[in-house]
Design a protein around this ligand. Structure first.
Ligand code: NDP
Ligand code: 8X3
Length: 251
């Protein structure tokens, strides 16, 4: 089928994407910081689908780690057909004056700079083969800023802008770029945002039916199934009860 690279495959959307692409016959490169989870997923994919898996344990915030881990993969793995730039997080929910600078750094370094570091390694491989598809996971937060979302929303607006820039860069090389902007989906996202506060995390998804990681993985897979001459550039997907980043009908 081909090779797919999914960043942040140890949880949530990334894990569901890795499983989905493996189930469709792709070889997968999975990445994340939690080594034991990568190993467990690798075993699961091999056992369940006979998938060839390359597990790469690195932090997307660290440019030299990215260049070393990803840049050094065996030649046969460099023929990546699909890159899913998914690794990311929200940290905290505060006004700018009350926001933590460490949280800002984590979000900007992961969601924006990490995505760029990974893409910069993979883009030349796709360019030289004049084929490929980069899927960047943005958010409804890219499209509308919600109260106390400031820096997280800014990082996702950056993903939106970077996706448009990539599309232009890669146009002559026939490499597709799609930004997918999901709304509320129940993953580890809110546990991470609220630093392990389970009550706060659960409250985010009360009163409506959120999307699952699988719902989003199905959309990611779908955009890769279109005819070669068709490219979805930008896609917003939300639960039925969510109109946009700040309007959810919880009745
Ligand atoms: P999860 O917290 O469930 O998963 C996040 C993944 O990103 C993990 O695999 C984590 O791996 C990885 N990750 C985070 N930081 C780093 C890092 N520095 N280096 C490498 N990997 C990292 O969240 P989701 O699946 O929900 O989120 C995935 C993406 O979707 C994010 O970009 C998020 O902003 C976006 N999103 C989420 C929405 C939601 O409602 N859930 C809605 C819209 C967008 P590890 O910790 O092992 O490194
Ligand atoms: C994640 C969706 O609305 O919690 O990007 O920020 S939201």
């Amino acid at each position: 089928m081909g090779i797919v690279l999914v960043t942040g495959a140890t949880a949530g959307f990334g894990e569901a994407c890795a499983i989905t692409f493996a189930s469709k016959g792709y070889d997968v490169i999975i990445t994340g910081r939690r080594k034991e989870r990568l190993e467990a997923l690798s075993t699961q994919l091999t056992q369940e689908y006979g998938t060839n898996v390359l597990a790469l344990n690195f932090d997307v915030r660290n440019e030299s780690e990215v260049a070393q881990a990803l840049g050094g993969i065996p030649e046969e793995w460099k023929a990546i057909d699909i890159l899913v730039n998914n690794a990311g997080l929200a940290a905290g929910l505060s006004s700018i004056e009350e926001g933590s600078i460490d949280d800002w750094d984590a979000m900007i370094d992961t969601n924006v700079k990490g995505l760029l570091y990974v893409s910069r390694v993979v883009m030349p491989w796709m360019r030289s083969r004049t084929t490929g598809h980069i899927i960047n996971i943005g958010s409804t937060a890219a499209k509308h800023v919600y109260a106390k979302g400031n820096v997280y929303c800014a990082t996702k607006a950056a993903v939106d802008a970077i996706s448009q820039g990539m599309r232009i860069d890669l146009l002559p090389y026939r490499v597709k770029v799609t930004a997918i902007h999901p709304g509320a989906a129940e993953t580890e996202f809110s546990m991470v945002r609220f630093k392990g506060d389970e009550d706060k995390a659960k409250a985010v998804y009360q009163g409506f039916i959120p999307m699952s990681a699988q719902d989003v993985a199905d959309i990611v897979y779908y955009v890769t199934t279109l005819p070669a001459h068709v490219c979805i550039n930008d896609l917003v997907v939300t639960p039925l009860q969510q109109a946009n980043a700040y309007y959810i009908d919880k009745n």
